[in-house]
Design a protein around this ligand. Sequence first.
Ligand code: FCB
Length: 448
Amino acid sequence: MATKQVKFPDDFVWGAATASYQIEGAWDVDGKGLSIWDTFAHAPGKIKDGSTGDIACNHYFKWREDVSLMKKIGLHGYRFSIAWARILPDGLGKVNQDGLDFYDRLVDWLLDHDIDPYVTLYHWDLPQALQDKGGWVNRDTVQAFVDYAGIIADRLGDRVRHWITLNEPWVAAVLGYGLGEHAPGHKNLGEAIQVGHNLLLAHGLAVPVLRERSEPEAEVGISLSLSLGTPADDSSAAREATNRHDLFMNRWFLHPLFKGSYPEEMEPILGMMQLKREPEDAAVIAAPIDFLGVNYYIRHLVKDGDEFPPVNLQFVKNPEAKYTDMDWEVYPQGIRELLLEVSKEYKPTKIYITENGAAFADTLEEDRVHDTERVEYLRGYLAEVGKVIEQGVPVKGYFYWSLMDNFEWAWGYTKRFGLVYVDYDTQKRIVKDSGLLYKEIIALNSVE
Ligand code: FCB
């Protein structure tokens, strides 16, 4: 069979991503305060395999080795997040220098190895002390975040050129406060809507702070979880359900960020849920950003149903498709379709794919991990990213999720997403076949 090469632009950024709670471990070391994920994972019954992130990949102690792995794969960029409670054990007030020192050393070490840091300020591990005062439901948390962002920029802004304020506010709001599947485990849709708003506000207020306290060329953006919906059949009910899916999954956050207001169709729900907001919030949230971070994993086949009331959806399985270990459909062209839609509607000037990847049940075979399914996944999705760039969508970089296997939130260690295999008993790392393929793709700047 003839294969075709898809070339990437010369300045394309090849990277991989992680998040603090998922890899660092050292949950109570060097003055770190508790986060809501420490509390949540320690509570019985919340995590599938009963595990916690107490040790995770022990990255807090193995960061040098982990940077060597990045170098080995040839990454240009590394996206990681900062554990707020390492910096401010109480969420605000007293700064813990040891926490700052950790990220300071990591940034220097990355730069010494020609790897550009892409720093996420909030990947869900809110300091527990702030949760005790209401967490993201409480508008005071917004200012606490902005102060925290300022502290980080003051320390790292002379070297960090890429800031991501928040990771996936939709997930933090809906899974954390609406459905109770993530920390802090609340089940209240009204809270989720308020949390979504407060997160957006925190983002909007942090944007100018990060810019002012970094070098002029620094760029600031946000990472959103966006998913594609396709009507499950050609009924008008399925088409309408797909519109509601788009509204709920994507436009709820995209619209206020890029158009300065919530989508009009959302207003009745916001009213019903008694969202508290100030007239000036909309303009704050719409602060111009330098890039949109897109985390893309999921295409749903959608019809009318009773999931996510009052959005009322039902997801249908595609009998022809392969599914990953997360039960997410493998549908490579979805990433292109989604990016085309988003760029047509919202016209971001620059996009990074800040996450994309797949979990499969990898097994070790004498020091090798032959993760054929991930190899195929990577080729398929990257070819589509290459094509969408040819179609004019300004995708400037791709960060595979994840650099290494790690603590997959409510799933614990049961899902492996890494390019690098982690043996949790010995903390040994092994670059998987997908990692070797990624190295080749990066070196050639093209995919077959
Ligand atoms: C995303 C999260 C990331 C990881 C992947 C699989 O929603 O941002 O931390 O869990 O899913």
